[in-house]
Design a protein around this ligand. Structure first.
Ligand code: NAD
Length: 251
C-alpha cells in the first residue's frame, strides 16, 4: 500500500531502523537508507530492498542533516530513528558526549523535520515517526543525555503533530523498551562498571528487570507499528507515543 511513496529512515544500517526500512519496503515504499557500516554490507542491504538509495551523513552535525535531506530528495515518510547511548554517572559524564547525544537523538529530528515538511504540506500527506524510547516516558540512572533527548523527542513530536494536523501529516513516537540490537549490547560493559555487576546480572537484573514480560522486544515488532502508522486507518493517530515495552512503563 506504499508504492509510489518515498521513505527516509535515519540510522537504517542496523537494528530497529533496518527492520523499519525492510517493513516499509515490503509494502512497496522506495527507501532511502542512512547510517554507518561496511560498504559491502550496505550494498547488500540496498539490493535486498529493491535498489534503495543510501546517503551517508553524520547526523550529529547540522550540516550533515542538511546534506542528508538534500541527498534524500522529497520524502513522504520520515522516520527519525538514528540514536546513540552513553552510560555514566552525571558528574563523570563527558560534556562532548552530552552534546553529541542531544545533537543526534534530539536536534537531528528537528532538522530533518523542518526540511521535510514543505514537500509533505504541498502533497497534503505525510508521516513523521520517531523511534523514541521508554526513556521518553520514564528515566533510568546514568543515562542523563539519552533520557533528556528522548523526553525532548516526545515533546517535539507533540508540537509538530499540532502544527501539521490540518495538512494530512501525522507525527508520532514509538517507544520501545529494551530491544536486542548493537545499541543495547554495547552498553552492557559500561553498565557493569557503573553498577559493579556481572554481564548476566546486567541482562537479568537491570535490562529485563524493567520488562515484566522478561523478553527483549524484537526490531520487527517496532517496524510493524511504524507500518501501521503509515496506513490511512492511522490518519487520526497524531501526537501519540506508543510504548512497546512489555509493560515497563505501566509500572
Ligand atoms: P543500533 O546501534 O543498532 O543502530 C543505530 C543506527 O544509527 C545505525 O544505523 C547507526 O549507523 C546509526 N547512527 C549512529 N550514529 C549516527 C550518526 N552520527 N549519524 C547517522 N547515523 C548514525 O541501535 P538501535 O537499537 O537500532 O537504535 C535505533 C533507535 O532506537 C535509537 O534512536 C535508539 O535510541 C532507539 N531505541 C533503542 C532501543 C533498544 O533497546 N535497542 C530501545 C528504545 C529506543
Amino acid at each position: 500500500f506504499l508504492s509510489g511513496k518515498r521513505a527516509l529512515v535515519t540510522g537504517s544500517t542496523s537494528g530497529i531502523g533496518l527492520a523499519i526500512a525492510r517493513a516499509l519496503a515490503a509494502q512497496g515504499a522506495h527507501i532511502v537508507l542512512n547510517g554507518f557500516g561496511e560498504e559491502d554490507e550496505i550494498a547488500r542491504i540496498r539490493e535486498e530492498l529493491g535498489g534503495a538509495d543510501y546517503v551517508n551523513e553524520d547526523l550529529t552535525r547540522t550540516e550533515g542533516v542538511e546534506a542528508l535531506m538534500k541527498g534524500a530528495g522529497d520524502v513522504d515518510i520520515l522516520v527519525n530513528n538514528a540514536g546513540m547511548q552513553h552510560v555514566e554517572r552525571v558528574e563523570d559524564f563527558p560534556p562532548a558526549t552530552w552534546d553529541r547525544i542531544i545533537a543526534l537523538n534530539l536536534s537531528a529530528n528537528f532538522h530533518t523535520t523542518r526540511l521535510a515538511v514543505p514537500y509533505m504540506k504541498k502533497q497534503g500527506w505525510g508521516r513523521i515517526i520517531a523511534t523514541a524510547s521508554a526513556h521518553s516516558l520514564v528515566a533510568s540512572p546514568f543515562k542523563a543525555a539519552y533520557v533528556s533527548a528522548k523526553h525532548g523527542v516526545a515533546g517535539f513530536t507533540k508540537t509538530i503533530a499540532l502544527e501539521l494536523a490540518s495538512h494530512g501529516i501525522t507525527a508520532n513516537c514509538i517507544s520501545p523498551g529494551y530491544v536486542w540490537t548493537p545499541l543495547v549490547e554495547n552498553q552492557i560493559p559500561d553498565t557493569m562498571k557503573s553498577r559493579n555487576l556481572t554481564r548476566e546480572q546486567v541482562v537479568n537484573d537491570v535490562l529485563l528487570s524493567q520488562q515484566p514480560t522478561k523478553k527483549f522486544v524484537q526490531p520487527e515488532e517496532v517496524a510493524a507499528m511504524a507500518v501501521f502508522l503509515c496506513r490511512d486507518e492511522a490518519q487520526n493517530i497524531n501526537g501519540a507515543n506508543y510504548a512497546i515495552d512489555g509493560g515497563w512503563t505501566a509500572q
